[in-house]
Write a protein that binds this ligand. Sequence first.
Ligand SMILES: [Zn+2]
Length: 329
Amino acid sequence: MAGWDRLLGHEHTVARIRQMLSEGRLPHALLFYGKKGIGKRLAADILAESFLCLGRDAPCGTCASCTEYEAGTHPDFHLVEPEDGHRDIRIDQIRKMEQDASRMPMRSHGQAVIIDEAGTMNESAQNSLLKTLEEPSGNRLFILVTESRSSLLQTILSRVAQEGFAPLPVQVVSKYLIDNGVPEAKAAGLAALSMGSIGRAIELNDEGGLEIRNNVISVLMNIGRWDVNGIVSQGEFAADLTHAQLGSWIADLKMILRDMLVMYDGDGTKLYNEDIRPNLVGLLPTYTEHKLQALLGLVRMIEKRMFSNANARMQIEGLLLRMQDIIKD
Ligand SMILES: [Zn+2]
């Protein structure tokens, strides 16, 4: 796949941008904002390539400019992002980019800049960039990409055209996973948990996210009849999880309890765990509305102080015992 076809979803945004591009009225600075892993950066890359393209139907993928862009050697393209080992974009990176991007273009008719994770620019870096945005010179395109608009100064926000990227539909995420070799049943589960982010779905796949949710379901199915051994063996399972996986375990538990509560409302609201609705229906007889409220309160309370100190196993065991009290009540 080439050009804009590489980007999944976001049809309206892409159509608007392509139209501005073809009519030569693209703003000189844009901000792409939205959740992590939904295609903002890819969209910025395709737009930069299109802007620099020397062919027709940009990005043509075959002209000298596109070839260099795709090889990562384009002299008129400048990428700014936090450097390895740093959390933020520093002012000297912005100054260097401003210097580089003020030269005459060497390959294309202009210069293109992507500032990825733009929200990590500290205030002095943002102020330096602001001057450049205020005095557009030459044919330059700036694309800022961020997860959090609120990290950017109001003065910056007022000088960029803002394009919001919404979470992707579950079907789009699922199709991406299937196209990339994930079995269909697993893809549906990962997509449901991904909150519309392909990046998150891939992360979940790598972290065993589906196995973690399966474990939560099995706990909810069986905890009512567990003796001490059941609690201990679940504690051992928890002890083997990484910090991030424990976070997912708690988050899954919370969302499943929330889903079951929603089912009591019976208004057909879409569940977070829609793909396993039948499993949740099976659990409902055990979990009255009253018990779900109590469990959710317990999990929310535990979540706040959980994992701040080391012994996850003891904390999970403690949580399970209190859950048992509620369920058997
Ligand atoms: Zn081209």
